[in-house]
Design a protein around this ligand. Structure first.
Ligand code: FAD
Length: 427
């Protein structure tokens, strides 16, 4: 049974969310801009506005909806979450106000699955309550897409682990209470089999932030992606999350969900760009008529709408597959597919939106040029587009069977001969 309708009761919640995001949260993006701003727990002015909004979301029963009821969420599943996230994608602060911000969502999943009772009490509960933020530290300066080159090392010394190495672009480390860090624990085997994950309190001696990088165009002093040098960082034995050597299995537990949630929010950003294009099309006059009366512009609008519809349905379908119980492994092509589509569709729509707005489009008076950077980010973070395309292609190739003989099975000469043989004397 295929059903594309939204249950009316849930639609009421979506309507409430849309109004709340538009009226209460979007202004926060203007007052406290920068990707890191929602994670800065020491910005008392921002927190004083944000905290009551978070309480309101909790009162409405819409807090941390990516979680099951066991962890304080609603257990809505991914499809409902997708419908919510495409609204939350419209404002940078919205995921934080709704308790669904990355990388905290994925880090919470790791802690819930692999943390000790003590770690859960100290970090998971405050994280789920939105009282602290966290960091995920995996990419290294010499490579992110190829984990095979990771060198950050953890060595067991008696009852302790000692970490040495560097990590790059560890988002929000400066604001985080704890860091989940991937380290090589067995250099004798390929990294994929010899890496492990650790829980690291940020104030542990030896966690040295070399500098924080910003994303191009961010306001100064908001840089939030840390270049970290871990120097003789000593951790107790139980800082190991999951089994030794199984760091990538732990990582997959968070990255699958993270990619899906980014794609859901990207639907919202594309929708916003399309709305701006439509408004411009009916507002700007040139050569005696509205922009929207020019066929080129109609093409931009139609292409953007079609691509967004396709992408949105692809995201919703992937969310539905997850709700049907497909795990990351069986769903990996779908997840890779929406990750790739998110970057491409977002880029193409944002590019047309900038173009239609002319000089205003590239100016810092509009949010449009920033969308282009954000589209580029989507194509890089959590693994670049090329790598996800390879995942899809490998999935297709895995079950494909080579044809016997020199002709493709769809060769028309061979097919006609087979059809003639089948219906001999009857045609
Ligand atoms: C906004 C943002 C936030 C991030 N936050 C975090 C974080 O919190 N924690 C963290 O650990 N990391 C984080 N990252 C890092 C991210 O995961 C890496 O940037 C990503 O994995 C790519 O690694 P890289 O930047 O080293 O690029 P590289 O690995 O050097 O790749 C650069 C380019 O090379 C090409 N390429 C790479 N591999 C292949 C291939 N196999 N085949 C063909 N082409 C290829 C692609 O075009 C790719 O974009 C973040 C990145 C961004 C942009």
């Amino acid at each position: 049974m295929w059903d594309f309708s939204t249950d009316p009761e849930f639609q009421l919640k979506l309507d409430w969310i849309a109004k709340f995001v538009r009226e209460e949260i979007e202004p926060l993006d203007r007052l406290f801009p920068g990707m890191g701003a929602p994670y800065d727990m020491e910005n008392t002015k921002a927190r004083a506005i944000a905290r009551p909004l978070m309480e309101e979301v909790k009162r409405q029963g819409l807090w941390a909806c990516h979680l099951g009821p066991d962890l304080g969420g609603q257990g809505y599943g991914q499809l409902k979450l997708a419908l919510m996230n495409e609204i939350l994608g419209r404002a940078q602060w919205a995921p934080t106000i709704f308790g669904t911000a990355a990388p905290d969502t994925g880090n919470a999943e790791i802690l819930a699955m692999f943390g000790t009772e003590e770690q859960k009490k100290r970090y998971l509960q405050p994280l789920l309550n939105g009282e602290i933020v966290s960091c995920y530290s995996m990419t290294e300066p010499q490579g992110g897409a190829d984990p095979g080159v990771f060198t950050c090392r953890a060595v067991r010394e008696g009852e302790e682990w000692v970490i040495n190495g560097e990590k790059w672009y560890s988002s929000n480390a400066r604001y985080a209470e704890f860091i989940i860090v991937m380290c090589v624990t067995n250099p004798e085997v390929p990294v994929i089999k010899g890496a492990s994950m650790f829980l690291l309190p940020k104030n542990t001696p030896g966690v040295n932030i070399v500098r924080n990088s910003g994303v191009h165009g961010e306001p100064p002093n908001n840089e939030s992606h840390a270049y970290i040098r871990y120097e003789n960082v000593r951790l107790p034995a139980d800082a190991l999350l999951g089994e030794e050597g199984k760091g990538f299995a732990v990582a997959q537990a968070r990255l699958g969900g993270g990619r899906v949630h980014h794609a859901m929010r990207t639907v919202g950003e594309c929708t916003m760009a399309l709305e701006m294009m439509v408004e411009r099309a009916v507002s700007r006059q040139t050569k005696g008529s509205r922009l929207g009366d020019k066929q080129f512009i109609q093409g931009y609008l139609a292409d953007s709408w079609i691509e967004l519809q396709q992408f949105r349905l692809q995201v919703l379908h992937t969310a539905w597959l997850i709700d049907q119980g497909h795990d990351y492994k069986s769903n990996r092509a779908s997840i890779a597919g929406i990750k790739v589509a998110a970057a491409k569709v977002f880029h193409d729509i944002a590019q047309r939106a900038v173009q239609m707005h002319g000089s205003m489009g590239v100016s810092d008076e509009m949010p449009l040029a920033n969308l282009l950077i954000r589209a580029a980010m989507i194509g890089i973070m959590d693994g670049p587009t090329e790598v996800h395309k390879m995942t899809i292609a490998k999935d297709l190739l895995r079950t494909a069977k080579p044809v016997a003989g020199p002709l493709p099975s769809a060769n028309l000469i061979a097919r006609t001969a087979a059809a003639r043989a089948k219906y001999a004397g009857r045609y």
